[in-house]
Design a protein around this ligand. Structure first.
Ligand code: PRP
Ligand code: URA
Ligand code: MG
Length: 238
């Protein structure tokens, strides 16, 4: 797929650099246009609504479903004869279900949204975490389970794209399972610099995000963001 380097330069009229990102053919910002996705994202960010962790996980799932639907327009379908109870007709069936990869923990509800639509897809799981106590964010990839990726469509989904290191290291580690023929990377919220890093390091990927935020704080959390997606989904960890 055709790609070009990303420059997400923010301007006063476009503080989040969304227009610049959208100008890139391979970057899709789902909440740049009015749709119910904006409502789900607003609820995800709201610290009062976040107290309901069931709703938080469900909203991640619903955004996974919406992005899955958008990606589905880029997949191939085969026309087949279908027998209804009344007559024969023709239908278009997805013949090559994508491999759905995600990063523990926060990726799990988002992944479920993709799986709800691509219900015959195999899954791949990765454990990646930030190493504490380092000046710069460093990410350790620990556990990886995946089918062969050779010649497959791969969708790698992780709700938070902060520095982008988790996604880049995860993708590189996954390549030992083969070379996909089409790659989609999906996140709910991205920082401009993280998105630029992923676009630069994985130029073959189509990038799908619900929103691009202003930037990162000193802890490399996305601002305004939503906080810690893993903790909000599953509780704080020691
Ligand atoms: O772009 P990066 O700077 O690499 O950060 C993004 C990572 O942070 C979150 O996971 P987190 O480390 O909070 O783990 P958790 O899901 O277990 O809470 C998120 O789900 C990404 O995997
Ligand atoms: O903003 C952020 C950054 C990393 N992980 C999160 O859950 N949120
Ligand atoms: Mg976390």
């Amino acid at each position: 797929m055709a790609t070009s380097p990303l420059s997400t330069s923010a301007s006063p009229a476009d503080p989040q650099g969304t227009a610049a990102a959208e100008a890139q053919a391979n970057i899709h910002v789902v909440c740049a246009e009015p749709s119910i996705a904006n409502h789900f994202l607003a609820e995800l960010r709201d610290k009062e609504v976040q107290k309901d962790s069931l709703r938080f996980r469900r909203n991640l799932q619903r955004l996974g479903e919406i992005i899955a639907y958008r990606i589905s327009a880029h997949l191939s379908y085969t026309e087949q004869t279908i027998q209804t109870p009344l007559a024969e007709t023709r239908g278009k069936l997805l013949h090559d279900f994508p491999i759905l990869a995600t990063v523990l923990r926060a990726g799990l509800p988002f992944h479920q949204g993709f799986l709800n639509y691509f219900d015959q897809s195999p899954s791949a799981f990765v454990a990646a975490y930030r190493i504490e106590g380092t000046a710069q964010v460093q990410v350790q990839v620990d556990y990886l389970s995946a089918p062969s990726l050779d010649e497959r469509v791969l969708i790698l989904a992780d709700p938070m794209l902060a520095t982008g290191k988790s996604l880049v290291q995860t993708y590189r580690a996954m390549l030992r399972f083969g070379t996909p023929r089409q790659v989609h990377i999906a996140a709910v919220i991205a920082s401009p610099q993280g998105l630029a890093y992923v676009a630069r390091e994985i130029p073959e990927a189509n990038l799908w995000v619900a929103a691009i935020d202003e930037g990162l704080n000193e802890q490399a959390y996305i601002v305004p963001g939503l906080g810690d997606a893993g903790d909000l989904s599953y509780g704080s960890k020691l």
